[in-house]
Design a protein around this ligand. Structure first.
Ligand SMILES: *Cc1c(COP(=O)(O)O)cnc(C)c1O
Length: 424
């Protein structure tokens, strides 16, 4: 894509778009929530459906001319049902946050109680943070990870649920490296007679591939983002039992949104079709194997990982033991200079602040999409070590930058036809 149409109208934006493409090709995207979609998904997302109002649902739209929109949405829904084994699916949420919003809006009244994981321990803004509408609309209490093990403190969660008597318990996290035991969260929710919302935003792809246990059929509601491990373009999704279908659909539209972003629904349909192909399971498995390889190599360099490792697509590095004088911010900035793009992150028992925390989070979904294997991830770990160990050493950073450049050349994001290399 050379953005020639954009360039004819708007060279400034064309430059920015071409620059972003180049940035993605020439750096390592290790932000755990990011991925690279295929050119097929991007083409669907830039289709004429961006022009179409399709308020309502297939077969019952408010406006005329929705036959093609209906076909696309029905395909997205059918494929999602097959991928996750859900009874009912809504593919219209603009993103994961709006999916969560629709569930709260459908099931809670203002002032009702949410029990969710502490943000500093891996929770998400839309789970009740004071800066988010959830924290301002509902009464929120939080559960924690065990400070010793880094695993969810399920017993603590159970006790807190009994004491706090929540209306909904939220599981699913942004910076949690271990497999979530949705059955145990469900037991706590049931004991408190609360709903259970499993927000699998990060792990949608791992769950679809069977590489992570599924909350579908366990939790009352399952929400997710479609642009993370499932690689289907920016958007959100809600899954639930048939008994909640009408409430959830009404809550998405007209409750929380207007016209659906049908071009993004088309992207979801295409990305889900790709995820149904046998190669996707292999991809998801490699994402986890790569995260393990990255983590073990980091540990061999002396880094401490929250929970001692990973079962998923990400590792959370606690710098306090190995590099007590280096904050997550310093590490993030030094790594970005050499072309490794990841994020600073709070760690359980944080002793700095959310804006200058003690950890960094690193994920493998995007690297795996461009073909990285375990050996390549070990090389990345070596670069991370050298840079974080010497964040001010220009010679070491120059050497690290050439290693990143070599890795990008070995694992190109696009082949000669401009396709993402690992997608058929
Ligand atoms: C990413 C994420 C979301 C949704 O984010 P959006 O940017 O709105 O798609 C929700 N919950 C968790 C746990 C997340 O990590």
């Amino acid at each position: 894509m050379d953005y020639d149409q954009v360039r004819g109208v708007d060279p400034a934006v064309a430059d920015a778009l071409a620059g972003e493409r180049e940035r993605q090709e020439n750096t390592l995207a290790m932000i755990a929530s990011e991925n690279h979609v295929s050119e097929a998904v991007m083409q669907a997302q830039s289709s004429e459906l961006t022009n179409k109002y399709a308020e309502g649902y297939p077969g019952e739209r408010y406006y005329a001319g929705c036959e093609r929109a209906d076909e696309v949405e029905e395909l997205a829904v059918e494929r999602a049902k097959e991928l996750w084994g859900a009874d009912h699916v809504n593919v219209q949420p603009h993103a994961g946050t709006q999916a969560n919003m629709a569930v709260y809006l459908a099931m809670l009244d203002p002032g009702d109680k949410i029990l969710s994981l502490e943000l500093e321990h891996g929770g998400h803004l839309s789970h009740g943070h004071p800066a988010n509408f959830t924290g301002q609309t509902y009464e929120v209490e939080q559960y924690e990870v065990d400070p010793e093990t880094g695993y969810i403190d399920y017993e603590g969660l159970y006790d807190r649920a009994e004491r706090f008597d929540p209306d909904i318990v939220v599981s699913g996290y942004s910076a949690y490296p271990r497999e979530v035991d949705f059955e145990r969260v469900q037991a706590a929710a049931e004991a408190a007679d609360a709903y259970h919302l499993a927000d699998i935003a990060h792990i949608t792809g791992l769950v679809a591939a069977g590489v992570h246990t599924s909350p579908v059929g366990v939790a009352d509601f399952v929400t997710g983002s479609t642009h993370k491990t499932i690689r289907a373009g920016r958007g959100g999704i809600i899954m639930c039992d048939e008994e909640y279908a009408d409430d959830i659909d009404a809550s998405v539209f007209p409750g929380a949104q207007g016209g659906p972003l049908m071009h993004n629904v088309a992207g979801k349909a295409v990305g889900f079709e790709e995820a149904l192909s046998p190669g996707f399971e292999e991809y998801a498995r490699r994402v986890v194997d790569n995260a393990e390889a990255l983590g073990s190599r980091l540990q061999s360099h002396g880094f401490s990982l929250v929970s001692g490792g990973t079962d998923t697509h990400l590792v959370l590095i606690d710098l306090r033991e190995s590099h007590p004088d280096t904050s997550g911010t310093v590490a993030e900035e030094a790594l970005e200079e050499v072309g490794i793009v990841l994020n600073k992150n709070t760690v359980p028992g944080e002793t700095r602040s959310p804006f200058n925390p003690s950890g960094i989070r690193a994920g493998t979904p995007a690297l795996t999409t461009r073909g990285f294997d375990e050996a390549a991830c070990e090389r990345v770990a070596d670069v991370i070590y050298r840079v974080v160990d010497n964040p001010d050493d220009e010679a070491i950073k120059a050497e690290a930058a050439s290693e990143v450049e070599a890795l990008c050349a070995e694992f190109p994001l696009y082949d000669r036809e401009g396709r993402i290399t690992d997608v058929e």
